[in-house]
Design a protein around this ligand. Structure first.
Ligand code: F6P
Length: 476
């Protein structure tokens, strides 16, 4: 090494997230096929792809990904896929990220029986620490001097602090795509774990959230658990360092969505859905089959609507796309079964030879989702709790003739879209049924006006601007 060389890498902007922009599958003939990674985080970050020169560090999530790394098939120099030991990855991802931290921040525990933090949990936690260290080490290797590193989400809460200890020269940001729990609930976590999660994120210079509500909850946890100081402008001071908290409400990508929603594959699916629905109104929902999305109560609300207001019999179809997710976890498998069961019950109770009240599809199909967005009279978005919920923002953007939005007040999107929606308490199925009735009954003119305002609010901060806002805040 000469005097001017440093042991550092060369990247000046780095991203880190569990799921990367591409995933690989081993086909039956042994070859590898690649497809775009799924989910809100990946869609948001992928939009910056060509415009901003960056290196993206992600994990190998499957045997296909691991095979791709080992065979040297991941050739994009801007992508570093970490081949973390499969057992360590599973314990970190399923055990800690998707069970413990997801459950805490979405308030999903049924507390008389769960959580139980025993020896199995401790093994998972140790794996989560190793997994976060693997990210910190790779980022430290790839980053040029003074580079900006943007670490994403609840999978990587420890990485900012670990990275700072390896590379104090870096500017480090963290962004939470989920809600944040209030202190009383967050303190379900073992004390040392609660402290590690908070101090992990406080290793960042800048910590972003989707709404003020989640940022404030994080600040409250820092005060309650760590005894940190928080100023009115949301600077958290702890352990001789300060971290600026900020709100960056990720919006929908109008340009991409409108172009994609008018391609022939979407038109074909739209024609098929229209043929199935006939001359009836539509209530549309599109979700991963995720406990927090509250799909079962949404179906129960629709069932209550049909029972309590028979004028809607044979005049409405509920199109529900519920794409399987996290089926390694038994709670998710059971939830998918409950969704299927409830939809079947409604069809058995009300269906006729002419009319199927619920059209439920579980096979993931993005063009079909866009077709449903275009034709929805009503969109139902009723999560128990959600960081943002991009479906609520996407539907008004691509709607063909206006949509009425029934929206949970517990979704992050409610902060921006609440005024033009039909708000619901997600646990109250009678109120949700009433909101569905009001939304179905909305006069066309007012629906069109509301849709215009919803679309404008939904696209206020498109993904590239959302990312640049954080980058600029970080670079000062
Ligand atoms: O809500 C936060 C988020 O990161 C989404 O962007 C994403 O859809 C999900 O959580 C993670 O899902 P998965 O476990 O399938 O990567």
């Amino acid at each position: 090494m000469t005097e001017t060389e440093t042991p550092y890498g060369t990247a000046s902007i780095l991203l880190a997230s569990n799921r990367g922009p591409v995933s690989y599958t081993v086909e039956d003939d042994g070859t590898l096929s690649a497809k775009r990674g799924g989910g809100g985080l990946v869609s948001g970050l992928s939009a910056i792809g060509d415009e901003i020169d960056h290196v993206w560090v992600c994990a190998a999530l499957s045997e296909g990904d691991r095979a791709a790394v080992r065979q040297g098939s991941v050739t994009d120099p801007a992508l570093r896929m970490l081949d973390i030991d499969a057992g360590t990855f599973a314990r970190a991802y399923n055990g800690i990220a998707n069970s413990t931290l997801w459950f805490v921040n979405h308030l999903l525990y049924h507390t008389p029986v769960a959580p139980v933090f025993g020896t199995a949990f401790r093994r998972e936690w140790a794996s989560y620490e190793s997994y976060n260290s693997a990210f910190a080490e790779e980022l430290a290797r790839q980053a040029g001097e003074g580079a900006a590193v943007l670490v994403q989400d609840y999978h990587l809460t420890l990485t900012p602090r670990l990275l700072r200890s390896l590379r104090p020269d870096l500017r480090i940001g963290h962004f939470s795509h989920t809600p944040w729990a209030p202190p009383d609930y967050f303190r379900l976590l073992p004390d040392d774990v609660a402290e590690e999660v908070l101090t992990g994120i406080l290793g960042a210079d800048h910590a972003g959230f989707l709404t003020l509500r989640w940022a404030q909850a994080f600040a409250d946890c820092c005060v309650a658990v760590l005894g940190a100081e928080v100023s009115d402008d949301l600077v958290v001071r702890y352990g001789g360092r300060s971290t600026q908290l900020a709100v960056h409400p990720l919006g929908a990508d109008a340009e991409f969505l409108r172009e994609r929603a008018h391609r022939p594959d979407v038109d074909a699916r739209l024609a098929a859905l229209e043929a199935a629905v006939g001359d009836r109104k539509t209530i549309v929902r599109v979700d991963r089959t995720e406990l927090s999305k509250n799909i079962v109560r949404g179906l129960q609300a629709y069932q209550h609507l049909l029972r309590s207001r028979p004028e809607w019999l044979d005049r409405v179809v509920h199109i529900a796309f519920a794409y399987p997710s996290r089926h390694d976890l038994p709670e998710y498998r059971e939830y998918t079964a409950a969704v299927l069961r409830t939809a079947q019950e409604i069809n058995d109770e009300f269906g006729t030879s002419e009319w199927q009240p619920v059209l439920l599809h579980v096979q993931d199909d993005f063009p079909r989702s866009l077709a449903a967005y275009r034709m929805a009279d009503v969109a139902l978005v009723n999560p128990i709790r959600d960081g943002m919920n991009l479906v609520a923002k996407e539907v008004p953007v691509v709607s063909d003739s206006g949509v009425a939005l029934v929206l949970s007040r517990e979704a992050g999107a409610f902060a921006e879209l609440g005024d033009d929606s039909f708000p619901v308490n997600p646990y109250d199925v009678i109120q949700t049924a009433d909101a569905l009735h009001a939304a179905l009954s909305l006069p066309d003119g007012e629906r069109a006006e509301r849709t215009k305002r919803l679309a404008a609010a939904s696209t206020a901060l498109p993904p590239t601007a959302w990312f640049l806002e954080q980058l600029h805040a970080l670079q000062g």
